[in-house]
Design a protein around this ligand. Structure first.
Ligand SMILES: Cc1cc2nc3c(=O)[nH]c(=O)nc-3n(C[C@H](O)[C@H](O)[C@H](O)COP(=O)(O)OP(=O)(O)OC[C@H]3O[C@@H](n4cnc5c(N)ncnc54)[C@H](O)[C@@H]3O)c2cc1C
Length: 483
């Protein structure tokens, strides 16, 4: 067993762990970070950027949203079913966190909404290579890792933490393993848990959220996010919280992003009964769409369009342009579909008749025909009396071939597990602070109630960075009080 000494041990070096380690080291603490993976960053490497409210960039661009407004939007959305003090602490800190990251060398290129009508809070990271887009935030993780090392944080990769040590009610360190599998003990006065949730643990997903990964949920599985920190916290008497998935929706499997964007356009969306169940115009709000799909039979739905609509998407272009994959039209859909079929892709369908489409997909054939007839009538009148879909999105499904893709709920990851207060101190079942124990990021993210607050985008990475920072600052202050 090798023994290490620190003031503070941060369990993990993902988005929240890095923020915590830097903040603690800036507060004068000697910090060790035990990271299970062979690189830092965790899911923080995957995205485009965090939330900020009242940042320098927003002020320069004349983006008017204030912290008070963001807080109000947040609390209205969640019906005050979440910790308002924690929400307030996070939103209030978010602009200074953007400044803090900029001082380290992170560049933000723009502040965007995820979908029309959303708030311009998503601070898009400028990557060192290429354009802002998926995985751009990896650049931020790299800069944060360098900053942590510069401050003397000892980051031990492939050193999974396994157990939090507690003596006389006080946290005293962490046990784990080094990269050769030998036991390691890191003694410390405070521990910050930041292990990113249980998105890579199908058993925990099933047990705590009810979804069966690979059957009715196809969420991102970032290797190593197995719920370790949550379980370690519970073992030292931390109170559990509601646990949830950060729901969106998805065509499962691997395919060209242009194919994915084509089938996310708001055409006709039906369930297995052959019925419409939402205003397809809402589809860019992937959380709302994920919620609606999760309520359908077998938690599945199909997006359908015809040859005319296909031609429209190839010539005129898309109705909805995504910030993540900003294609304006599809170049050659036949080739994309052929490529997907050649690779064995099974969740896209091309048929000559609606009956054939029903046979291939399992959609109720009679209902599908009735729904298409009714929908085509709405298109003719230019008015959808059922869901009030915008007139410009109403295009009839008439002309073979017919195209469909199958959707399921997905998620960026899990949410929640460890109860914290607005100072990120971990609470026990009696709501008493466990002295010296802090948690940040996804492991402790319970501020959304039942649905991800995508109307204020950049939210989970924003929560991770800001709670990480709060945890690091408070842990550094705490260790000074106990000598
Ligand atoms: C594809 C994708 C795109 C996304 N885009 C965005 C976006 O643009 N904006 C946004 O706000 N959010 C986005 N997110 C979500 C965001 O990345 C996460 O919310 C954020 O990274 C969570 O931070 P975290 O610190 O809690 O976890 P992570 O960043 O995942 O870090 C967790 C770390 O814990 C380590 N770990 C696990 N167990 C142990 C252990 N036992 N011991 C030591 N270390 C351990 C892991 O290896 C990992 O490094 C995206 C997520 C995905 C999957």
């Amino acid at each position: 067993m090798s023994n290490l000494e620190a003031d503070i041990v941060v369990i993990a070096a993902g988005a929240s762990g890095l923020a915590a380690a830097i903040a603690a080291a800036e507060g004068g603490a000697k910090v060790i970070s035990l990271e299970k993976g062979s690189t830092t960053g965790g899911a923080g490497n995957m995205g485009m950027g965090p939330l900020g409210v009242e940042s320098r960039l927003q002020n320069e661009k004349g983006i008017a949203i204030t912290r008070d407004e963001a807080f109000q939007i947040f609390m209205d959305y969640t019906h005050w079913r979440v910790d308002a003090r924690l929400v307030r602490a996070y939103i209030d800190k978010s602009a200074t966190t953007i400044d803090w990251l900029e001082k380290m060398g992170v560049e933000f290129i723009d502040a965007k909404a995820y979908f029309p009508g959303g708030q311009l809070t998503w601070h898009l990271v400028k990557p060192t290579t290429g354009k802002p887009g998926p995985m751009a935030s990896g650049t931020m993780m790299k800069i944060m890792t360098d900053r942590a090392k510069e401050l003397g944080v000892k980051i031990l990769l492939q050193n999974p933490a396994q157990k939090i040590l507690k003596q006389g009610g006080r946290i005293t360190g962490v046990q784990g393993e080094d990269r050769s599998g030998n036991p390691v003990q890191a003694n410390a006065k405070a521990v910050i848990i930041a292990t990113g949730g249980f998105g890579d643990n199908p058993e925990m997903i099933k047990k705590y959220t009810g979804y069966e990964w690979g059957k009715d949920l196809f969420s991102f599985r970032i290797p190593g996010l197995a719920g370790d920190g949550i379980k370690m916290a519970w073992e030292v008497s931390a109170a559990p919280t509601d646990m949830n998935m950060e729901l969106i929706y998805m065509m499962p499997g691997e395919f060209d992003p242009a194919l994915g964007e084509t089938f996310r356009q708001p055409h006709l969306l039906v369930n297995l009964l052959g019925e419409r169940f939402m205003n397809e115009g809402i589809m860019p709000n992937t959380t709302f769409t994920g919620n609606a799909i999760a309520r359908q039979k077998d938690k599945t739905a199909f997006l359908i369009f015809d040859e005319n609509i296909k031609n429209h998407m190839e010539t005129v272009g898309y109705d909805e342009k995504s910030v993540v994959f900003p294609f304006t039209k599809v170049e050659n859909l036949d080739a994309l579909i052929k490529d997907a079929f050649d690779k064995g892709y099974k969740d896209v369908f091309v048929t000559d008749t609606l009956d054939e489409l029903s046979t291939k997909t399992g959609i109720n054939a009679d209902n599908l025909k009735k729904t298409v007839e009714e929908y085509n009538g709405f298109c003719e009148k230019g008015f959808d009396p059922v869901f009030n879909k915008k007139q410009e999105l109403l295009r009839p499904i008439k002309t073979p071939k017919f195209y469909a893709a199958k959707f399921f709920p997905s998620a960026y990851g899990s949410l929640g597990g460890i109860k914290i207060n607005h100072k990120t101190e971990v609470l026990d079942k009696n709501w008493k602070v466990i002295p010296g124990l802090y948690a940040a990021g996804t492991d402790a993210c319970t501020i959304y109630g039942d649905s991800y607050v995508f109307v204020l985008p950049g939210n989970t990475m924003g929560f991770a960075l800001n709670t990480g920072r709060i945890a690091g600052e408070n842990a550094a202050a705490y260790i000074k009080t106990i000598g």
